[in-house]
Design a protein around this ligand. Structure first.
Ligand SMILES: Cc1ncc(COP(=O)(O)O)c(C=O)c1O
Length: 376
């Protein structure tokens, strides 16, 4: 069973959607798929019914959407870097020839609002700020509201947010938090096979993007978003993935993926209950770790509800991960420099609390076995 920080387990009924007979992408059937996707996707981004922001789907990955977000942004970009994926966001910006200022934050923490405010004052003005809401490499969640508030003090600065391992696990609240562009691949907390990405853009982002020249074609956010809105995707989309996306979003929206006692919940209430399930899983995982004398890697206040990154202490992390794999539980070693020093448990997507108990029980067994072994 996959407990890595994505891709994660996909429910069989969602997988079955991928096997539907092919349809043409310029047909009423395809338009109908778009119609099914949009309302629950708005709930995934936490849009109010009167919101002027627009949601869309593209047949690409999370990294593809980093590039798309930046293709519609202005030239001067401040990139908050606190892990491997936020570093990638800055590298994508550099590769597009943007004028990039990197605001380095110690791994294990999110950017503090006053630090961001000072960087914007000192090094600005900027057209955009990039932030990764949930650093999958470190299990760090950056609270979005205070960041949005800071960016909103700068009228011409747009906030571009990677919500790849965040959406459907924690509330995006796109408008309330002052986001201008947010995106995600679907293989993480949305619990779908990789293959498409979802995104949301504010009116002011789109207004500016329309004026940016040389936005390319395949990753032009305006072209892709307008294609979605007009039910005329600029390319042949990954149609089977649209079926799976529609089914999964509708099921989340209808409370189908919730613990049994909560299945009567619908719409925004069902999404909130999903986030609360992930909060409980974070708490439980941390309590389990504490029972073994292990600490979360992220600082207090920055701990993700979808990915727990735990410092391994004296534990032989590679042997621990391998021991669990033997029992058919896949978790991840630390990312990059954190390999061997941390491990990551992706309690995201449709995993349920009894499944987590089973994993942690197996982990207890592996740790007991490792500590019984004589050290070399
Ligand atoms: C936070 C974050 N951003 C971006 C990516 C890259 O996404 P993709 O591999 O779909 O391009 C990942 C992948 O793990 C991620 O965790």
């Amino acid at each position: 069973m996959l407990w890595i920080p994505g891709p994660t387990e996909v429910r069989p009924e969602v997988l079955a959607e991928l096997a539907r007979p092919a349809i043409g992408h310029r047909t009423p059937g395809m338009a109908e798929l778009h119609e099914r996707i949009d309302p629950p996707l708005k709930n995934a981004f936490g849009l109010a019914s009167e919101s002027s922001s627009t949601v869309a789907v593209h047949s690409t990955s999370g990294t593809g959407m980093m590039e798309a977000a930046l293709r519609g942004a202005g030239q001067r970009v401040l990139c908050v870097v606190n892990g491997a994926f936020s570093r990638r966001f800055s590298q994508v910006a550099e590769s597009l020839g943007k004028d990039v200022h990197v605001l380095d934050v110690v791994w294990g923490f999110g950017v503090e609002p006053d630090v961001l405010a000072a960087a914007l004052e000192e090094h600005g003005p900027f057209d955009a700020v990039t932030v990764v809401a949930n650093e999958t490499s470190t299990g760090v969640r950056t609270p979005l509201g205070p960041i949005g508030e800071v960016v909103r003090q700068h009228e011409d600065t747009h906030l571009l947010v990677d919500t790849v391992s965040y959406i459907a696990g924690m509330p995006v609240d796109f408008d309330t938090n002052g986001l201008d562009f947010a995106f995600a691949g679907v293989q993480k907390a949305l619990a779908l096979p990789p293959g498409v990405a979802v995104f949301c853009a504010s009116e002011r982002y789109l207004e500016r993007a329309r004026g940016v020249s040389d936005r390319g074609f395949f990753l032009d956010p305006v072209r892709v978003l307008e294609g979605h809105v007009n039910r005329k995707t600029p390319i042949t989309p990954a149609i089977p993935h649209y079926y799976a996306l529609a089914r999964q979003l509708e099921d989340i929206d209808a409370g189908v993926t919730l613990p049994e006692g909560e299945r009567g919940k619908r719409g925004a209430e069902a999404w909130r209950a999903r986030y609360e399930k992930h909060d409980r899983m974070r708490e439980r995982t941390q309590a389990w770790a504490a029972g073994h004398g292990l600490e979360p890697f992220p600082g207090e206040g920055f701990r993700s509800s979808t990915v727990s990154c735990i410092s391994g202490g004296d534990l032989d992390v590679a042997a621990f991960v391998a021991g669990l794999k033997e029992l058919d539980y896949e978790i991840s070693n630390g990312y990059g420099d954190l390999k061997g020093r941390t491990f990551r448990i992706g309690h995201m997507g449709d995993h349920m609390e009894p499944d987590l108990e089973a994993l942690l029980g197996a982990a207890d067994g592996v740790i007991a076995k490792l500590s019984a072994q004589p050290t070399a």
